[in-house]
Write a protein that binds this ligand. Structure first.
Ligand SMILES: C[S@@+](CC[C@H](N)C(=O)[O-])C[C@H]1O[C@@H](n2cnc3c(N)ncnc32)[C@H](O)[C@@H]1O
Length: 265
């Protein structure tokens, strides 16, 4: 046995778990931590990702990233990709940022900003390799319904932001929201629903997916690439002719949503 404090003792790997599922990456000694928060966004205008990351690489956006689990997984497992993730809630961005910092990641930044505003004000057309949206907030209260993220305008902005063969990933556990997505998303993207769990994360790519799986809720997943027969301008024109998302939810989903919003991290 190696005696305690021996120079031969291998440092213990610090793995963090959430609901028993390891959070990707490992916590490094403090001297290896990085700074991944975008403390203040510049005035509106296309972001300069080369300046932000100090290199040229494909960029992925994780919109409504919550505690950042899906961003961390992608950043740890795909070091050649740069990631900008956003959420409207400063507290979840703080959790996400801390985790990315502790893992010494240099290919991630987190910003507090809404997804629509990020795409409309900060992303140049056809510059983003991948846009991921996992479990957008369903906003059930009538006073909040207008805040739903997946609208025709948002889809047109995703279409405009992606490079021509870029990837859009969308996932929810809300059957009503999914039904709406299935109607409008294929108008902008060549769209494929995925019946199975993501092979890279069978227990869930995100915190909400893990919760949904544990609660035996169905999880709806899909991916697509921008339709080449719809130009970015035509997508924006099409968007104004389409209806906004309307759906309701049963009591179990509402209660789960409330619980999750209150629990945070
Ligand atoms: C149900 S949680 C899902 C979080 C994470 N993607 C997951 O799957 O665990 C929805 C997240 O979207 C964020 N959100 C709500 N409206 C948003 C918007 N307009 N733009 C960006 N994020 C938003 C919420 O603050 C919340 O963190």
């Amino acid at each position: 046995m190696v005696p305690p404090n021996s120079p031969f003792e291998r440092p213990r790997r610090q793995i963090e778990r959430e609901f028993g599922v390891p959070v990707p990456g490992e916590i490094l000694p403090r001297e290896s931590w990085t700074q991944t928060a975008v403390k203040k966004l510049p005035p509106p205008g296309p972001l300069d990702f080369k300046e932000m990351f100090g290199r040229e690489a494909p960029v992925m956006l994780d919109i409504g990233c919550g505690n950042g689990r899906s961003t961390l997984a992608s950043a740890v497992w795909r070091p050649g990709i740069d990631h900008l993730s956003s959420d409207v809630l400063p507290v979840v961005i703080r959790y996400a940022t801390r985790r990315a910092n502790q893992r010494g990641l240099t290919n991630v930044r987190f910003a507090v900003i809404g997804g629509r505003e990020l795409l409309a004000d900060y992303i140049a057309p056809q510059t983003i390799a991948e846009i991921h949206v996992y479990h957008p907030q369903p906003y059930y209260e009538s006073s909040q319904v207008h805040r739903r993220l997946i609208t025709p305008e948002f889809l047109a902005l995703v279409h405009r932001s992606l490079v021509p063969d870029g990837l859009f990933i969308l996932q929810t556990d809300n059957p009503g929201y999914w039904k709406y997505m299935q109607q409008v998303v294929p108008l902008f993207f060549n769209w494929t629903p995925h019946a199975d769990r993501w092979p890279d994360s069978p227990k869930g790519r995100t915190r909400r997916e893990i919760i949904a799986i544990k609660q035996s809720l169905p999880v709806f997943r899909g991916s697509g690439r921008p339709r080449s027969d719809v130009s970015p301008d035509a997508a924006l024109q099409l968007a104004v002719t389409l209806p906004p998302p309307t759906f309701d939810a049963d009591r179990k989903l509402r209660a789960l949503d409330r619980m999750e919003r209150e629990s945070g991290s």
